[in-house]
Design a protein around this ligand. Structure first.
Ligand code: SF4
Length: 206
C-alpha cells in the first residue's frame, strides 16, 4: 500500500503585523502585512535590506501564517517583502482566500506572477526591471522618486500599464525633502499622476 505523505508548504517570513497601509491607493486601510524574506533586486536605498537573504528568516507553514492573520478583525492582506514573487504564492493565497481575506501585493515585478491576487501594486526598480509579462496586470503603479531621472523611468512604465491602472509617484524617504517639491510640480503638470507618501512613517506605525 502506498503511504500518502502530506507536503507542508512553508514560506520565509521576516515579519507579519497588523497596521495601516501607509502608501498608495489603499492608504489608511487596516491591513495585515506579511513580509516574506528574499530579494534579488538590490535597490541601493532599500529600507528593508535585512529581507534580502531568505535563509535568515524562519519558515512558517501556510496554516501558521493564516492563523496569524485571523487574530485581527481586518480582512485585507498585504503581501510584501523582500520580493514576494520569488516564491510561488499559490498555496498561501489559496488558503488566505479560503479564509475570507482580500489579498494585495507589493512587488517590483522582477519575477513571474503566481497565486490569486486581488490587487497588484507594481513598484518597478531600475536595479532589476519588471518582467514585461507582469506589467499589464498592475492595478497600481507606484514609482519611487530618488532623483530627477526617475520621472522618465516612471513615464516609461505608465506607457505600458493597463489604462485603468492608478499612477503614483512617491519620494524616497531619505530624499523626501528634496524630491517632494519636485513631485508636486510634476503632478501639477502631469495630473494623471497622484502623490503617494509613506504616511506610516509620519504617524509612527510599522
Ligand atoms: Fe528592497 Fe524592495 Fe528593492 Fe528588494 S525590491 S531591494 S526589498 S526596495
Amino acid at each position: 500500500m502506498e503511504i500518502q505523505t502530506e507536503t507542508i508548504v512553508t514560506y520565509p517570513v521576516m515579519e507579519a503585523f497588523y497596521t495601516l497601509q501607509g502608501e498608495g491607493a489603499h492608504t489608511g486601510r487596516a491591513a495585515y502585512f506579511i513580509r516574506l524574506g528574499g530579494c534579488d533586486v538590490g535597490c541601493v536605498w532599500c529600507d528593508v535590506k535585512d529581507s534580502w537573504d531568505a535563509e535568515k528568516h524562519p519558515k512558517h507553514s501556510v496554516e501558521d501564517i493564516v492563523n496569524g492573520a485571523l487574530q485581527y478583525p481586518g480582512r485585507l492582506i498585504v503581501i510584501t517583502g523582500g520580493e514576494p514573487l520569488m516564491h510561488d504564492l499559490g498555496p498561501l493565497t489559496n488558503a488566505l482566500h479560503a479564509n475570507g481575506f482580500t489579498i494585495n501585493i507589493e512587488t517590483s515585478g522582477a519575477h513571474p506572477l503566481s497565486g490569486q491576487l486581488d490587487w497588484i501594486c507594481l513598484s518597478p526598480k531600475k536595479f532589476k526591471a519588471p518582467l514585461p509579462s507582469v506589467v499589464p496586470y498592475a492595478d497600481e503603479l507606484k514609482v519611487v522618486i530618488f532623483n530627477k531621472s526617475d520621472f522618465d523611468w516612471a513615464e516609461a512604465f505608465a506607457a505600458q500599464v493597463n489604462p485603468s491602472c492608478k499612477l503614483y509617484l512617491q519620494p524616497e524617504w531619505d530624499k523626501r525633502e528634496q524630491m517632494t517639491p519636485l513631485i508636486i510640480d510634476y503632478i501639477h503638470n502631469n495630473p494623471k499622476w497622484g502623490l503617494s507618501l509613506q504616511t506610516h512613517k509620519y504617524i509612527g506605525v510599522p
